[in-house]
Design a protein around this ligand. Structure first.
Ligand code: BGC
Length: 760
């Protein structure tokens, strides 16, 4: 059916898009007035020299000897802490990041408030991505919970620990949509879907910032990063060039940022990548036209780590001075780690190449953030060495880490072997992750340690009680075979009733700069798996990973597969909760697992093509690889429970959706199994014909529903016109009349129950 796009529909679409767009009046305000400052702070601004202003725009890794920042990036930090204190005294530094706690912060803040000419508090920032000392599941894992409120709660707890440790500002959430499993930083975000990404972005911002305003001593400011399209690097290579259409930016990569800003995130970080030839860090369309004029964002934009300096390597700026001018004039207010702004802005202003008004605008934004955080009222409000000791790793926070961990475990398959009984069976724990406090907390955690986390062996032993029934054998290293490893593993498997095989990626295999050309279980571990499977014992695979993996052979053939990611401080305990059935698995894949790496970038919401392969065998001259149809091995949204769930009885409020009236849709979800289960019921829509081709399915809503054995519930969703908006031919949000298909289903590829309706 062809749809005609009425002007009215286009206009209605544009009107309904207010949630994304911003009123012109607000945008104008942001453009002309800049951030408003309390009068005493405005008075400080008036006293500042150009150098002091450039100092406020300079953020450096803390140089505290042996501290987190020096450990993370030894080359990056200033040569000594004393030298850094001298910078503070001279007013040449606005803040530091990834420092070490209240003692360090107190010394630095004292110098800033006592010795500097203009007394402006420093801001202390840090990468609190998934916890501080209490480590929560990596964000990708937590996204698998399909429970934004869980993400809000863990971000709140992380924010409280951070604020208790002298931190004002977290470089989180990372809200980059990640459609390519090769890219290692997908682990820091919410996966491949836009709706889930928006919901998690919003939840995390609210969690970090709390409900009592940013000045609350337990609140930290959030930073939506990395703006923008960082996840779209060619071939999944970190830092690589991005060339996506404006439509894809607006439809896929921007919305989680907009959600983060709508939730109150006062800062954004420019991304490392270029977009269609213009690095994000010097992209005035992105950072000024879209972010400020169109969306009305009046917060602070910080570069990523040496992002301005990298304009030279990009081939966009000839030298440091030009890089400074380009980044600053494009809209990067604060420079992280290159010291380019403090070095070059004063001269650029003196020569008239950078207007004073732009300098003041950027400084105002920094000062406004500090004011919002309450730092002018009390520069030490988050700096309290006693609180730092007592408010971290509290029992309730660790319990939350365990709850979040168990709710992040995705069960990909189960032939009935799970849950395991807690007694009467000999269990062989095998694999490089079977025991030992390593690879538990996952990448991008600056302050937590594996040494403080619970490993698999400890978790299983605590659940089982009978120490004699458990054996632990590594069998293989992560990448390399261990001498005699396979023989020992086979002997352990033979002596056991069931094998729990903990394999996959180490935490160093995902995260920043950890792209993989082959998203597979490393060959040494495949050999181990094959040998263990050949014993004929039931094998439960526990998959440690920071990304979607292409699973094959004996891994795929296991009796059960649980994706256990990196679950943080209570990793082993959380896994044991699911393994032994204290908690029924309820998580869902936030990223599609492909058949093979060659399918990447893969996302369930792909387009149809003009020659889609029909369901079933591969058809000649249809869109597929020679080896596989264009589907995932385990799609987005997939995940099993210990119950048995049936979908039936689709109810459509009407076959026609009116111009104004929302459409009610419902299905009956029944647990026909013998155990309680939590099902994530998902609503997908496909716009059959539109002026811009639409994805084969798009997630529009989901709900977690808990069902006792035998219980049935009617799950209802409301589909609104806004849910059907897309970015039209003229980059406007539009909604067009015509036919739509919908599914209420347990995954992006499952049929569930489906129907059609027409939008009038
Ligand atoms: C990362 C950012 C991070 C920053 C500061 C960069 O390398 O890309 O995500 O916030 O370092 O540690």
């Amino acid at each position: 059916m062809t749809k005609t796009v009425s002007r009215r529909a286009m206009l209605m679409g544009a009107g309904a898009a207010a949630a994304w767009a911003v009123s012109p009046a607000r945008a104008l305000m942001a453009q002309t007035r800049g951030a408003a400052l309390p009068a005493p702070v405005e008075a400080l601004l008036a006293q500042m020299t150009v150098e002091e202003k450039a100092g406020q725009l300079t953020l450096m890794a803390a140089a505290w000897a042996g501290g987190a920042a020096t450990a993370l990036n030894p080359a990056g930090a200033a040569s000594s802490f004393d030298e850094q204190l001298a910078q503070v005294r001279a007013g040449r530094l606005g803040g530091v990041f990834n420092g070490n706690g209240a003692v360090m912060a107190k010394r630095m803040q004292t110098v800033a408030m006592r010795d500097a000419r203009v007394k402006i508090p420093l801001i202390f920032a840090a990468d609190v991505i998934h916890g501080l000392r209490t480590v929560f599941p990596v964000p990708l894992a937590e996204a698998a919970s399909f429970d934004p409120d869980l993400a809000r709660r863990t971000a709140r707890a992380a924010g409280m620990e951070a604020a208790a440790s002298g931190i004002d500002w977290t470089f989180a959430p990372m809200v980059d949509v990640a459609r390519d499993a090769r890219w290692g930083r997908g682990v820091e975000g919410a996966g491949e879907d836009v709706l889930l990404g928006r919901m998690m972005a919003e939840a995390r911002v609210r969690g970090f910032q709390g409900t009592r305003g940013l000045a609350a001593p337990d609140a930290v400011a959030a930073c939506a990063k990395h703006f923008a399209a960082y996840g779209a690097g060619e071939a999944g290579l970190d830092y690589n060039s991005v060339d996506v259409s404006e439509r894809t930016l607006r439809e896929v990569y921007f919305p989680p940022f907009q959600a983060a800003f709508a939730a109150g995130a006062p800062t954004a970080m420019a991304s490392f990548n270029e977009i269609a030839g213009i690095p994000a860090t010097a992209n005035s369309w992105l950072l000024t036209d879209v972010l400020r004029r169109e969306w009305g964002f009046d917060g602070l934009v910080v570069s990523d780590y040496t992002g301005d300096e990298e304009l030279i390597a990009h081939g966009f700026a000839a030298d440091a001075r030009e890089a400074t001018r380009l980044a600053f004039m494009a809209g990067v207010d604060m420079s992280m780690q290159s010291a380019f702004y403090i070095t070059h802005l004063p001269d650029l202003v003196a020569k008239g190449e950078v207007p004073m008004a732009r300098l003041d605008e950027a400084v105002r934004r920094v000062l406004a953030l500090k004011a919002q955080l309450g730092l002018f009222d009390d520069p030490f409000r988050r700096i309290d060495p006693r609180r730092e000791k007592t408010r971290v790793r509290m029992p309730a926070t660790l319990a939350l880490a365990q709850e979040a961990g168990a709710r992040s475990v995705v069960m990909l398959k189960n032939d009935g072997v799970l849950p395991l009984p807690t007694g009467g069976r000999k269990i062989a724990l095998i694999g490089p992750f079977a025991g030992g406090r390593h690879d538990l907390i996952g990448p991008w955690n600056v302050y937590g340690t594996d040494a403080e986390a619970i490993d698999l062996e400890a978790g299983v032993r605590a659940a089982v009680g009978d120490a004699a029934s458990i054996s632990v054998t590594a069998g293989s290293g992560v990448d390399d075979a261990l001498p005699g490893g396979i023989d020992a593993a086979v002997a352990a498997a033979r002596a056991a009733d069931v094998v729990v095989l903990a394999i996959g990626e180490s935490q160093r295999m995902s995260g920043e700069a950890q792209s993989r050309a082959d998203v597979v279980v490393p060959p040494a571990q495949m050999a181990l798996t094959e040998a263990v499977a050949a014993t004929g014992k039931p094998v439960v695979v526990l998959l440690r990973t920071g990304r979607a993996l292409a699973l094959t052979g004996p891994v795929l053939g296991a009796s059960a597969i649980l994706v256990t990611w990196f679950l943080g401080s209570r990793d082993g305990a959380a896994i044991a909760d699911v393994l032994f059935g204290r908690v029924s698995p309820s998580a869902r894949l936030p990223v599609s697992f492909p058949h093979a790496t060659g399918q990447e970038p893969y996302h369930y919401d792909h387009k149809s093509t003009g020659r889609p392969n029909p369901p079933g065998p591969l058809a000649e001259y249809k869109a597929h690889y020679r080896e596989y149809a264009n589907e995932a091995l385990f799609p987005f949204g997939h995940g099993l429970t210990y119950g048995a769930i049936e979908y039936s009885a689709l109810e459509l409020g009407s076959a026609r959706m009116g111009a104004e009236a929302p459409l009610g849709v419902a299905a009956t979800i029944r647990n026909t199994g013998t155990r309680a289960a939590t099902e994530v019921v998902q609503l997908y829509v496909h716009d059959v014909a539109a002026s811009i081709t639409r994805p084969v399915r798009e997630l529009k809503a989901f709900e977690r529903v808990t069902l006792a054995p035998g219980e049935a519930k009617v799950v209802r969703f409301t589909l609104r016109r806004d849910d059907l908006l897309f970015v039209g031919q003229r980059m406007q949000r539009v909604v067009e009349p015509g036919a739509f298909r919908l599914w209420i289903a347990p995954s992006a590829q499952a049929e569930g129950v489906s129907g059609t309706f027409t939008l009038a």
